[in-house]
Every structure is written in structure tokens, then in C-alpha cells.
Design a protein around this ligand. Sequence first.
Ligand code: AMP
Ligand code: MG
Length: 419
Amino acid sequence: MKHTLSQLSTNPCGVDDYDPNAMSVEQARHYIQQFLSPVSAHEELPIRETLGRVLSADVISPSNVPNYNNSAMDGFAFKFSEDLKTFKVIGTAFAGKPFRGAVNAGECVKIMTGAMLPLGADTVVMQEHVTVNSEHITLLNDVKQAANVRFAGEDLKLGQTVLSKGHLMRPADLGLIASLGIAKVSVYKKLKVAFFSTGDELVSVDKPLNEGQIYDSNRYTLFGMLTRLGVEVADLGAIPDNVQQLEDTLIMAASNHHVVITSGGVSVGEADHMKALLAKHGEVLFWKINMKPGRPLAYGKIANAHYFGLPGNPVSAMVTFYQFVREALMSLMGATAKPLPTFSVECTQAIKKATGRTEFQRGILFEEHSVWKVKPTGLQGSAMLSSMSQANCFIVLGESVGNLEAGALVKVQLLDGLI
Ligand code: AMP
Ligand code: MG
């Protein structure tokens, strides 16, 4: 069922099944998804500049790929016939330099990989599968009709939708579009995302620490995750817990960006400034999610900007980003939702886990006797960024999962991928 943001933010008790203080991971994803519609502005860009961008229109093939029948092997092209085994060599066809004549029964043309099949020929035999004597070749084995031929349009057909609107462009797609001779494609404009940290204790990396202070790391992990996602980032700094400064930064951020992300100050009882400000300037939902790490999460709108309030703890901020914000930003970028693949693998260590919440433990996938298995990284504290750095996956333990013995199957989500 669909709800408006104001319904949920002003009268949460009036909505069935909506409990901001006990929200499951799935429910939270579902609610956020209801309020997202993609940016509409788009631009036409040269192929290379579209890497990591989202197509705003289908790409239609203007031709067949390949454009002509050609050889998949170095060999000899001939017209197939059940009872002919010996052929006269009448010329050579190179890739880019076709043989201009026609091939009649009993004739063949020496042909290179990628070269156009000469008129009359329909079959290619590999050069290793013939004997050559002066002007003639003889087949050593039976060859099937149409063997070793790549037919026009067998990869892509003229008029076919090659890539659909919403497709996130990867290296293969750049090549695919180039193979069609298309120089520019239409993509959604980059999403503008501003972020800032909140907290009196935060210090920037180039300053000395006083007692009770810590370095602000969330702005760096956020920078990394957002940049990888392909959005335009604006780092607005670390803002102390001061109403006026927070208010100014929030308003400025919301007026110039599609999305505002803050970290810290959304847990209970703390940084009431942020809560009051968000209520004053927007419609924001504050949730306690049944998950570990990353319990508090705020989502809403400030003016036209989407707002995400992440927990302050560095691991919680990253986990919440990966589990909620990443997917939401992809939707706003116009990308067709694709769930992250999860795999079941054996966990080689016992895991302590309370039922009733989803846990995202940091894990290390490793190979043992040719089988991939997983083990948790050591300490799992939500302030310990080293666990994220060591990890190459999340071990995702659902709400109903309890303590696990060593050897149990667990679900994992990869942090790494091919470039
Ligand atoms: P908060 O959510 O503001 O209650 O913060 C929870 C914990 O995360 C506290 O220990 C904060 O000091 C820490 N924290 C908050 N923001 C950051 C940040 N940007 N970088 C590193 N630690 C932070
Ligand atoms: Mg704080």
C-alpha cells in the first residue's frame, strides 16, 4: 500500500503495519522506494563519457552485427556439397579485403578470421583440417554445412533494442555501442549529492586532535562510495552540533542538490537539533531498524531534496549506505533496479546472533581446497572501520537466524567486483 510522506511523518500510528521503532530492513527499503522517482534531465554524450551513467532512452541497432557473413576461423571457404572433398583454391579473402569473385562448386578461397565470405561460399573448413597440394585442398574430415561461419545479424539485428532505458553503462556496453557505429548516446544527468558530518567531537584530517575529539572518517567513506556510484559529490564538511550552523548547511544543501546525506545525530536522545531542524524544514521519518549495525536511519524530503540521515558510527554509516542509500540513489539516477546477488556459502566459524534483527557481519571469502568459504573478520564493533577494510563481503544473517555452528550455510554479498 502507498502512503504519503506527510501521512507517515505526522501520524505514524494511523498507518497499519508501520512502526518506526521496529522497522525491518525489507520494510524500510520498501517504504523508501515508494518515494523515489528518477531525475528527468538528460544529455547526449560521446560513448566514453557514458561509463557508469544510466541510459535515458533505448539504444536501437541501426544495422546488423556482424554486418556480413564472415569466417570465424583461418581456413578455406567453399560451397558445401555432400560428395565433394577436393576444391581448387582460386584466391584469398582477408579481413577488410574481400575476395571479389564468386566461388563455384569445387572451388574454394583461402580465408582469414573476420574476412567476408565470398559470393557462393557457405561453409569454412579450418586450415588444420585439410591437406594442401599445389592448387588444391582436400578435406581430412567431414565438415558440416555452415560450419565456422558467423552470419550477418547473429549478434544483433537491425532495429533490435540493444540496451534499454535504465541500463547502467559498463565497459562491454561502450564497445557494444561502438560496434554499431553509434558515437553518442543519451544518459540521465548526474545526480548531485551533498553530504556533511555532524558532531562537536569531529576534527578534519589536517588538524591536531584535542582530548575527546576524533577524526571525521565518514566523509571519506561516503566520498568513496558516492564517487564509485557515479554521482556528483559535494562535501560540505564537519558541522558542529550548533543549531544555526546545522540549519544553514541543511538549507543550502537541500536547495542546490538532489540528495542530502548526513551522518551522526539521528540516534535517540542525541543531537535533538537535527531532528527538530528536519521536522521544521521537511518531512522526515526517523526509524529504528531491526538491524546490526546501523539501527537509526532517517529518510525524508527537505524541499525538493531527498534526505538520508545515517548513524554516526563509521561501520553503521557504511552498512546503512550500502543497504538502503545505494539502491535509492540508483533509482533516482534512473537505473533499473537490480538486486545485489547473494550466495550461500559455508561459514567456517561459529557465529553468535540474536533472532529478531538482520545482521550484516563483515566477512572474508577465501578459497579452501578449491571451494570458496567465508569467515567473519575478527572484532565486529560498529566503530571499527578496520573490519570493513579487511572484509570482502557482508555475511547477511536474516531476522529469523539465531546462533550458528561452524559449517553452517550463510548468505554473503560481495563488496568487490571486476573493475
Ligand atoms: P552519533 O550517531 O552522532 O550518536 O554518533 C555515534 C558515534 O559515531 C559516536 O561515537 C561518534 O563520535 C561517531 N561518529 C559520528 N560521526 C562520525 C564521523 N563523521 N566520523 C567518525 N566517527 C563519527
Ligand atoms: Mg553526534
